[in-house]
Write a protein that binds this ligand. Sequence first.
Ligand code: FES
Length: 76
Amino acid sequence: MYICMCQAVTEDELYAAIKDGAVTLKQLRKCLQVANCCGGCTERVKACVRGALKRQAENEAVLMALLPEQAQAAPV
Ligand code: FES
């Protein structure tokens, strides 16, 4: 499904960029060119970023809850 019609950017491409570390609108504009033309996708892009970051935080919280305390305190 396309997130940005003007630049033909799909939802999968957007989530891949977010996973690779582009988590601000400025960063996503730079790497995918989203929201650079009509701007009609701006709110959809922001919603995807918020959703992806929320899911990532929830997954990390679950992982931390499952790990023994010793593993959580170990240096990385
Ligand atoms: S739909 Fe993304 S800039 Fe137009």
